[in-house]
Design a protein. Structure first.
Lengths: 115, 114
């Protein structure tokens, strides 16, 4: 079984500052890892994903994440926060078996961006 | 493409009532799933399907039924609503068999049970 831990349910940064949202996972098989963003009263939108290959993955809106197998981590970063980045962010792990891709989510981190 | 659509957007039920949440996708994805989102708990898998006629339980299946008669549709049924089922429900789809590992989410249904 897999699990995800997101450290910090709320993170506050100043506009222009570095964004770092932490995610650690547990999986008995090589994982597929995802970050999703949710704006208020909306569904989830994929930010980026790691499946295989390059461990540094780039996503939309300037976000990137690095898969570190030795640390079982997949932290999300953005060099410079923008007010529009304020949202809730979810890290998720999936094990792909044939045509099934069940996601296990972390509890989410709400990002606040201040002036 | 409309992607994943869900109806209704909002619903209020009384305890004991039944209803069906609709979900449809037009991407020919074989995998579809239902999640519920509760504050501080992230999203939890209710039921999923790997194709028409094939469904299975997720993490929190009690009180919910599903069926999948077509590739496009995956309705979620609440047989006898309880206040504990007050939540936001999301439907999602993907196609891991064709290399689409990420799941595409619908806009959600906000359900209140009084």
């Amino acid at each position: 079984a897999q699990s995800v831990t997101q450290l910090g349910s709320h993170v506050s940064v100043s506009e222009g500052a570095l964004v770092l949202l932490r995610c650690n996972y547990s999986s008995s098989v090589p994982p597929y890892l995802f970050w999703y963003v949710q704006y208020p009263n909306q569904g989830l939108q994929l930010l980026l994903k790691y499946t295989t290959g390059a461990t540094l993955v780039k996503g939309i809106n300037g976000f990137e994440a690095e898969f570190k197998k030795s640390e079982t981590s997949f932290h999300l970063t953005k060099p410079s926060a923008h007010m529009s980045d304020a949202a809730e962010y979810f890290c998720a792990v999936s094990v792909i078996t044939g045509t099934a891709s069940k996601l296990t989510f972390g509890t989410g981190t709400r990002l606040q961006v201040t002036l | 493409n409309a992607g994943v659509t869900q109806t209704p957007k909002f619903q209020v039920l009384k305890t004991g009532q039944s209803m069906t949440l609709q979900c449809a996708q037009d991407m020919n994805h074989e995998y579809m799933s239902w999640y519920r989102q509760d504050p501080g708990m992230g999203l939890r898998l209710i039921h999923y399907s790997v194709g028409a006629g094939i469904t299975d339980q997720g993490e929190v299946p009690n009180g919910y039924n599903v069926s999948r008669s077509t590739t496009e549709d995956f309705p979620l049924r609440l047989l006898s609503a309880a206040p504990s089922q007050t939540s936001v429900y999301f439907c999602a789809s993907s196609s891991p068999g064709r290399g689409t590992y990420e799941q595409y989410f619908g806009p959600g249904t906000r359900l209140t049970v009084t």
